[in-house]
Each structure stands twice: as C-alpha cells, then as structure tokens.
Ligand binder design. Structure first.
Ligand SMILES: NC(=O)N[C@@H](CC(=O)O)C(=O)O
Ligand SMILES: [Zn+2]
Ligand SMILES: [Zn+2]
Length: 427
C-alpha cells in the first residue's frame, strides 16, 4: 500500500513528491505513481506536530473529553503525537493506568498517545509515585508531572529529579507557589483589583522556576517548565540556561496571544492556569521563543464540560481547549510578526517536544526511512475560527469568532491518512 503526496512544499527545499510505503517515507523527489495520491499543490509539508502537554481527561473525566475524542481534536490540529497529562481520575500514578491510557490511544488510532506519569501518588505531593515502574512499563513513560498542582515540597522535587536521571526522564513542573496563589483566579494587577477577583502574582511562578532550576543543577537532572506565562519567568530561564542548567520550557498558544483585559466581561472561557497576563508578558514570551529561551509551544489543551464553565468566574474551572487552534495561533503570534519562520514550526511544535519527551521518530522528519508523520497545511488560508473547527468533546475555546490564518488540510500518521481535506477520518 503506497501513498504519494504530490507537489508539497518541503521546508527549506523545493516543491516535490513524497512516496510513502508501509508507513515509512520511501522516496523524496519526483515519483510517478502510487495506490493513493494526495494533491498537495500550494500546501506546506510540516512534520507531524507533537504536543507535550494535553489533557485527555480519560479515565474519569469523559464528560469533557475521552482519549478517542481528544485524539480527534489532536489530528484535526495537525498533531500525530500527544503527551497525556496525569491529572485524571484515577490519577496516572501506576503502571496499570499509564498502560491503559497508551492502549486506548492505540485503539483510537489517530495519534500516538504517550502517557505522562504522576510525580507523586494521587498528585497529593506527599510520596513519590512508582516512577521507575512506569518508566520500565510497556508505556515507556519518560515525562513525569503533577500538572494541575505544583510539586511544592523541595525535598520531593529533588528526589524526583534524582530518580528520573538514570533513564533520561524529565520532571515537568507546574510552577505555582501554592500560598501566594490562594484564592487567585486572574493575574494580580490593577484590573484584578477593579474586578474584585483574586490576584495571581508573577512571583508565584518565577520563584518556583528559580528553585527548580537550582535543584536541576544540583542533581544534574532535567527539569521542564510547563506553560510559562511571565516576562520574569523568561529572565529566570535565560539566566538558568546561560549557567548550563538542563532546563527546558514551554509556552501555550493562548499565552502568546491573549491578555488579562479579556477578563473584564467576567467570561470564564478566559479563566486559565496560569492566568492570562499583560501585553509586556506576551511580547517577552514571543521574543523568548524567537531566541530559544523557551524551547517549545505546547497547547495545555484543557477541555471542560459546560457545567464546569457556566458558573461565576470565581467558581469556573481553569483551562481552555487548544489542539485545533494551536497552529493558527502560532502563525498569527509568532510567524506573522516575524519572530520565527514557518520552518521553525518544525522544531518548536515537533522535533523539540519529541526530544524533550523522549519519543522516537521525529528527529529526521520527511527524510527517507523516517516514519510518515506528515501535516499538510495551507498557511495562506484564513477563516473565522468557529466551533466547526473543533473536533473534541468540549468547546471552551477562547478563539471562537477570531479571524485566524492557516488550515490543516491533510494529516498522515504512520503513513495512514487521519485528516483529509480538513476532516478527521474515523475508521
Ligand atoms: N491549565 C489549566 O487551566 N487547567 C489544567 C491544569 C493545568 O494545566 O495546570 C486542567 O487540567 O484543566
Ligand atoms: Zn499546569
Ligand atoms: Zn495542563
């Protein structure tokens, strides 16, 4: 079974044909025929996108998302791999749960679902989870995170870093000082005062990043910082990297584009952890991606059922969906203003997250012998983003009604079409 992508624009190269045979790229160059042909005239071929930070909600949160529906959202957004966060119910803190998540991902068959294991039992921050067992399991867990909660106890954090070091694992930290954020629901600012909403100071994030950078240095292990949101965090990261500390960081699409002013109408779709910040922060985050201080963009896709969002701003759940809008928002916030080029998307949304998370097959994309994980995009197309663009179970997107560039036309996952003409293929 062969598939031919005809006339795609490869990054930094000519328009060309790509032949896929048995899930592997067999030929790049002029190809005559194949069993199936995809017309890629006018489309750019990106490597399949990789999301290091996705909430799939299964087990336990199936009213918001399942592994299958979240896989659809991912495919629709151009992803071929997602890392599934551990804050499910039960928590992914055992071999049984991580293997079940991986197996259900395989059964859904739309993307590679790579489970993340919890750092502490039940995300409770008291004792380490069975990290070594999850690493050695069929699920081959390499990323560990209590995301949703900060690993606050510095001794536990140090032990976790020591534990993952021998097998090249990484601790992905949700950097939130708990005492400084009690009752906080938005950025701490004049606006939070005016709106009467609890303020979340930047130092609550920055102090944990600084601490964990120093713990990573002391242990010689690797730490990854989730959803960085402030200019001060960028300064701390820049300092840590200059010192040679093994620290990596992600920013979400929403933190690259949206600011706290949106909360003025108390619309809970804008309630997210960490909160939307100021324009100065947005600019600093964009520059940090451009200069490599921030390594990757990760969605933090956080689906919530309507009843979790349709309450007062204070009571609503934190989080927004992001898989389907990620690439358009990256084009708008990073490529259009000239911070990065389209070719850089292959790094920040594919090879770098794959390398940080330790999954294989993304280091030499679109070359002969590589797995055929390919996303064909029309970067010139523009449309008003709508609920029709969402393929998951929840619709809590802050981008509905926003004009955005870039459409995902076709996606191949291990050589199989998962998206055709913008529609997810379920078979
Ligand atoms: N980002 C969020 O606002 N929410 C996430 C948790 C998290 O990423 O911290 C969720 O699980 O809903
Ligand atoms: Zn988080
Ligand atoms: Zn998250």
């Amino acid at each position: 079974m062969t598939t031919l992508i005809r006339g795609a624009q490869l990054l930094g190269a000519e328009r060309t044909d790509v032949l896929i045979d048995d899930g592997i790229i067999a030929e790049v160059g002029s190809v005559a025929r194949a069993d199936t042909v995809i017309d890629a005239d006018g489309l750019i071929a990106l490597p399949g996108l990789v999301d290091l930070h996705t909430h799939l909600r299964e087990p336990g949160g199936e009213q918001s998302e399942t592994i299958a529906t979240g896989s659809s959202a991912a495919a629709k957004g151009g992803f071929t791999a997602v890392f599934a966060m551990a804050n499910t119910a039960p928590v992914a803190d055992t071999v049984a749960v991580v293997e079940q998540v991986a197996d259900r991902g395989r059964a859904a068959g739309l993307v590679h679902v790579q489970p993340i294991g919890a750092v502490t039992v039940g995300l409770a921050g008291r004792e380490l989870a069975e990290i070594g067992m999850m690493a050695a399991s069929r699920a081959r867990v390499r990323v560990f995170s209590d995301d949703g909660k900060c690993v606050f106890d510095p001794l536990l954090m140090r032990r976790a870093l020591e534990y993952v070091k021998p097998f090249g694992g990484v601790i992905a930290q949700h950097a939130q000082e708990p005492r400084l954020t009690e009752g906080a629901v938005m950025n701490d600012s004049a606006l939070s005062g005016t709106l009467g909403l609890g303020g979340w100071p930047a130092v609550a994030e920055e102090s944990i990043i600084a601490r964990d950078a120093l713990l990573a240095e002391q242990t010689g292990s690797r730490v990854h910082i989730c959803h960085v949101s402030t200019a001060g965090s960028v300064d701390v990261l820049r300092w840590a990297k200059a010192r040679g500390i093994a620290i990596t960081a992600e920013v979400t699409p929403h933190h690259l584009m949206l600011t706290e002013e949106l909360i003025s109408g108390y619309d809970s779709v804008y309630k997210v952890n960490p909160p939307l910040r100021r324009d100065e922060d947005v600019q600093a985050l964009r520059e940090a991606v451009a200069d490599g201080t921030i390594d990757i963009v990760a969605t933090d896709h956080a689906p919530h059922a309507p009843e979790q969002k349709l309450t007062s701003f204070g009571d609503a759940a934190f989080g927004m969906v992001g898989l389907e809008s990620a690439l358009p928002v990256v084009l708008r916030s990073l490529v259009e203003p000239g911070h990065i080029e389209v070719a850089d998307i292959a790094r920040i949304l594919s090879s770098a997250p794959a390398a940080i998370g330790g999954i294989l097959g993304y280091d030499k994309p679109l070359t002969v012998g590589a797995p055929a994980n390919i996303t064909l995009v029309d970067t010139s197309a523009s449309r008003t983003f709508s609920a029709d663009d969402l393929a998951g179970r929840s619709t809590n997107s802050p981008f509905i009604g926003v004009e955005l560039p870039g459409t995902v036309e076709h996606v191949l996952f291990e050589g199989r079409a998962t998206v055709r003409e913008g529609l997810v293929i379920h078979d």
